[in-house]
Design a binder for this molecule. Sequence first.
Ligand code: HEM
Length: 406
Amino acid sequence: MSEGSPLPAHVPADRVRDFNVWAPPGFERDVHGAWKALQDGAPDVVWTPRNGGHWVALRASAIKECFEDYTRFSSRCILVPKEAGESFQWKPVTLDPPEHAPYRIHLTAAFAPKAFRPYEPRIRDIARQLIESFRERGRCDFQSEFGEKMPIMIFMEIMGLPLEDAWTLKGWSDRMTRRVDDDAGDVTQAFDSYLRPHVRARRDGSGSDAITALVNSRVGGERITEDDGVILVTSALQAGLDTVANFLGLAFTHLARFPELRRQLVADPALIPAAVDEFLRRYSVITIGRKIVEDTQLGGVELKAGEMIVLPSMLVGLDERANPDPDTIRLGRKGASEAAFGGGAHRCPGERLARRELAIAVEEWLAAIPEFALEPDVTLTYQTGVVPVATSIPLCWDVATTRPAA
Ligand code: HEM
């Protein structure tokens, strides 16, 4: 073994692959290609000595089994190295059922279609306003001028927080999702100091924002404590600020590279939700872990209680055993297997909101800027972590082919 922790006696040598899940080889140019290269030809479950030594599930069936079975694969620790993961304890993200359910129920309600539907016209307005800010320039940096701004502006409105604080919150969120070795305690403390006055002010409030709904939730008949209110809101912000933003970058990079797909969607916008489904399958973003709570078998190998296993959600959609020709975006693909939003008890409660934001972004963009491409000679560069991101996505278009965002 070249580097990292010693190999435990029960780990067969042919299961060992020496790679860092937070920086798979080649990720700077192509995050999904880097993960796919690790999947190709490897066993379903492998061991890496990096980040304290842990398992990695590389195939759709093994990844889904871990997401769905909390009795063997616990959320009590979801990051590697395990020491870093154990310092990160947020409700309901790091609770297992049954403790998880009473908290989770409120997140599900706060981000259900019934709750976010009134914001839909505003989501569209925000998309149009951003597009108009650069359309006549004939170019933009997609990530900083649209991909990051749109979901954050929407999310701050839904939460009922001042827009001017968005970039501070995004900075803390980035520290958690890209620098997993960072001190989770610092970030939790920063969110706590910022959110506590907002939470306190909304206890007993009658506002329609998501914070008011979350901090007045009842668990077992009792209103949740102020501390739990702060941590529920922190979890929602952490999970909702970064994910849609980074995913939008991947989807629009694909649209820039594949003009035929783009033209098909311009000609028939009713196909856009199907395209979003395929983007989510092809470009899933989250890499998350689970702690093994009992000695068990997975993918033909023995896992021991106390060890960690990492689940790269992108490898579900990219697994050719589950999805034939997985690299291709195929509208109307039947029975696609994906785990973009995870699975089991922790499946993302923001899924419906995220899908709606993604569809509206594509609809509004293609209506205003139907023809666009990556700037010539540009090489995109990615950062990895729990959620990977392209740091900059320079797009260009002929202004004559555009029309004002309505
Ligand atoms: C494309 C966008 C998104 C993706 C790909 C995504 C993905 C995921 C995944 C994979 C999980 C499961 C994590 C695990 O099993 O440990 C998750 C959980 C979660 N997501 Fe999302 N998410 C997205 C958007 C959002 C949004 C907009 C919100 C806003 C409310 C949100 C809130 C949450 C929360 C609170 C959890 C924790 C749920 C729990 O532990 O029960 N997500 N998300």
